[in-house]
Design a binder for this molecule. Sequence first.
Ligand SMILES: [Zn+2]
Ligand SMILES: [Zn+2]
Length: 369
Amino acid sequence: MHSRRTISELEADLVAVEAKITELRSEQHVLVRELEYAQAPQSDGSRSMVDYVQARLDIKRDTAKDLVFAARRFVHHRGIHDRMLYRGATFDRTVAAVKLADSGATSDVVTDSYRQDLAGVGRLAANTRRVTSADERQVFTERYFTIQPNLDESRYQMWGEAPGVIGRTIEKAICERADEMRQTAGDLPSSRGQRQLDALGVMAIDSLGGSTADGSSTGQVTVFIDTRHDNPTDTTAVIEYGPRVGPDALEEIMCGGRVQIIGLDTSGIPVVTSPATRTIPPAIRHTVAHRDGVCVIDGCVSLYRLEPHHITRFTDSGSHHPNNLATLCWYHHHVAIHGNGYHIDQDSPPHRRRLTQGPPPRGSPRACG
Ligand SMILES: [Zn+2]
Ligand SMILES: [Zn+2]
């Protein structure tokens, strides 16, 4: 009969498997060393050995970094390496110990470190570490930034690596901008990471003198819509020379610029073309800006890129009438409303508007005060 295994038996197996992983990583780091010696990344078009290992093995960047580090440094620390080969230290433990030894720690400190948890060893190495000018040059040489859209450009990913001072500068600028947005516009539920991305976005808009890549604040935008979908709330549109956007982004563009919409049939032939007049007339823009003066959301004191917004969506037959327009700061307009899907509560007072997450206002809006 099959009896249930005890926790200590299972644990022993778990540890035994880790020992096998360490053995395999150990084989891998030797191969990585040989590949680096053979200059494999150059033949592969990779920027660095880490990029090469990450791409070839399809593993996390940290794991690739550890393997490359092991390939370069294990040979210089025989004693620590032997402890992995013959005395059961894991690969991760060995990487941490070699990093600590590289930071200038004495062999006694390294030996003691085997009793600490891995995070503690990492902190110890960081505190012991002296940065040589060779280190600095290496970090500088390996600096990079990548920004990569997916196939239809509806999403972008970005990542990179920077020398300490410039990395800290970038971080500080983004965090300060995110804090500033939160203080002036109030705190809608969003994570720290989301606020930082919003901040990075407005920094880019500022750098372009106020326009976004779709040109909505400066010029005319041409949008192609597939006419097979007749429900306007399901619309997926493609901006000319630009990304694929959904109904929310389309509505956002409508608030900002002159939009010409071209409807395409199944074979991609234009069947309807709207006149390029779907824009808020300048006189009305000025009237609304003059009337409101600030962002109309209750409690908001932000003056950052004030813009008119359609209270009833333009695509839900909301008009350019001043009563259907409200002045919003960039944050409330783009992050809260068009991004997070909040709407202006039509029952709130015109200059102390509240946001709601109910269904969007439809039909003709009631006259303001
Ligand atoms: Zn809007
Ligand atoms: Zn606001």
